[in-house]
Design a protein around this ligand. Sequence first.
Ligand code: FMN
Length: 200
Amino acid sequence: MEFKEVLEQRRSVKSYEPYELDKETINNLLDQAALSPSAWNLQQWKVIVAQSDEAKEKLYQASNKQIKVKEASATFIILGDLKAHETIEDVADDWIEHNHIPADKKDGLISSVNTFFESTTNQRDEAVRGASLFAMSLMLASENAGFATCPMIGFNKQAVIDEFNIEDHLVPAMLITIGKGEMTNDRASRIPAETFAKFE
Ligand SMILES: Cc1cc2nc3c(=O)[nH]c(=O)nc-3n(C[C@H](O)[C@H](O)[C@H](O)COP(=O)(O)O)c2cc1C
C-alpha cells in the first residue's frame, strides 16, 4: 500500500469480526514497529499481547467494558520502561560496532545519559514518548498489513498493572486492539496545518 493510503485509511476501529492472528504475524508487526526511533536508541517499549480469553476478560473489566478488547484478535498493552537507560552500556557497544561513535566516546555517552535520567520527569517523558512512537508505527504497520487497530487510554491503569503483574518500572502508555474490521462512518475533521502550525 502507498504510505499516503496507509495514513488515510487508518481509523480507530471499534468493532471486529472473529479472526485468529498467529504469533508469527504479530511478531512481524512488532518487529516493524521496533524500527521506530527512540532517544539514544534505548527502545523503551515493552509489549504484552493479550490474546487468550482469560486475558481479554481481564482487559475488558479493566477498560470500562469496552467490547472491542473482547472482539479483537488481540490487544497490545504498550508499556514504557522507566529504566531503559540502564541498558546504555549495551547501546553504546552496539553504536561502536555500527560505527555511530568511536570507542573513546563510550564513557562520555554513558555519563551524559545517566545524568539526563537522574530526573524522574525525564524518565517518565522518555518512557511514554518512546512507547507512543512505537505504538504509532505499530498501528501503521498493522494497517499496511490489512489489520484494523484502535488506540485506547480508556482503562484503569492500576487494574491493568495488577491483573497482568506489570513491574514497577513499566508504565502503561496505551492499549491497541488489532483485528479484522472497519469503520463505516466518515473520519471526524482535522484541524488544518494552517491553524496549528506556526512558522518562525
Ligand atoms: C491516546 C489515544 C487514546 C484513545 N482512547 C480511546 C479509547 O479508550 N476508546 C476508543 O474507542 N477510542 C480511543 N481513541 C481513539 C480516538 O477517539 C480516535 O483516534 C480519534 O477520534 C480520531 O479518529 P481516527 O483514529 O479514526 O482518525 C484513542 C486515541 C488515542 C490516540
